[in-house]
Design a protein around this ligand. Structure first.
Ligand SMILES: C=Cc1c(C(=O)O)[nH]c(=O)[nH]c1=O
Length: 314
């Protein structure tokens, strides 16, 4: 079977990549992704200035019995926009496409980073993180539809005719799928949607210590891994159905060829891995590629297009 695909007219030798934030914050990690079998890669969401992020422990894997996953409240630690912009200048675009993720703390910061990107004329593809923390006390951008609309109006006009994408938090209400998609469909240069970011503000408890397990926010953090797969698949398919002109990138609960196949069936063109990559390292791409290829072989599929978006209903 052939795992090759295209994204925004760029060729990829397979649909697998990292989720922003995982194994992509510093040069050594970015170089490891560059050398890995990933078909594409994305940088850690950056802010205009470097940030240390929250006190540790701020990430924990939840590997009790089934199911398996992670909780994090990193607090947007990153090297700052200029660092990742410099990486876009030394990336090997022949080997795989590069996405750059931004998550400005203010609208002005996002616009400043967009200006910097536009002036750099880089082949890197912009993924704007709408799960970024917004004004304290207000909901994150992805859950504040007016603020999201305002941001997209400003950002798309700032970025001109260049294609870009958004990273969305998960939605859990059909009316919210409808409302978010209606906003996105008003911006034709928003060429792709990445669903989902972690499920926000979960709480993991350790019964031996009778305590939470991460330090920031009294233990509240974003959930990843097996726990989020059904929600991730729903968001991929909801936006796939509602945004026929846009590509969907699936993220959430992928740790083998099985979940990658599900995401593609649900409508994902590319598939990101977070928790599983964090735990296994970049070798995971070769493993999941082989597993996906084996599933396709067994089903008699020779290309991704033969089952992409072809989820059946009953
Ligand atoms: C904005 C930073 C994010 C973070 C973080 O840096 O805490 N964690 C996530 O799971 N998703 C994010 O989008």
């Amino acid at each position: 079977p052939n795992l090759a695909t295209t994204f925004l007219d760029l060729p990829l030798n397979n649909p697998l990549m990292n989720a922003s934030g995982v194994w992509c914050s510093v040069g050594s990690q970015l170089e490891a992704l560059q050398e890995s079998e990933a078909g594409a890669m994305v940088t850690k969401s950056c802010t205009l200035q470097p940030r240390d992020g929250n006190p540790e422990p701020r990430y924990r894997v939840l590997n009790g019995d089934k199911p398996w996953g992670s909780i994090n409240s990193m607090g947007l630690p990153n090297e700052g926009f200029a660092y990742y912009l410099r990486y876009t200048e030394r990336h090997d675009y022949e080997s795989k496409p590069l996405f750059i993720s931004i998550s400005g703390l203010t609208l002005d910061d996002n616009l400043a980073m967009i200006d910097g990107l536009k002036d750099a004329v880089t082949p890197a593809i912009l993924e704007i993180n709408l799960s970024c923390p917004n004004v304290p006390g207000k909901a994150q951008l992805g859950y504040d539809f007016d603020a999201m609309d305002t941001l997209l109006a400003e950002v798309t006009s700032g970025y001109g005719q260049r294609s870009l994408g958004v990273k969305l938090p998960p939605y859990f209400d059909i009316a919210h799928f409808d409302e978010a998609a209606a906003i996105l469909n008003r911006y034709p240069t928003v060429a792709f949607v990445t669903c989902i970011n972690s499920i926000g503000n979960a709480l993991a408890i350790d019964i031996d210590s009778e305590s939470v397990i991460i330090k920031p926010k009294d233990g509240f953090g974003g959930l990843g891994g097996d726990y989020v797969l059904p929600t991730a698949l729903a968001n991929v398919n909801a936006f796939y159905r509602r945004c026929p002109e846009k590509a969907i990138i699936g993220c959430g609960g992928v740790k083998s060829g099985q979940e990658a196949f599900m995401h593609i069936l649900a409508g994902a063109t590319l598939v990101q891995m977070g928790t599983a990559l964090y735990e296994e390292g970049p070798g995971i791409f070769a493993r999941v590629k082989a597993e996906l290829s084996e599933i396709m072989e067994k089903k008699g599929y020779s290309s991704l297009s033969q089952f992409h978006g072809k989820l059946k209903t009953l």
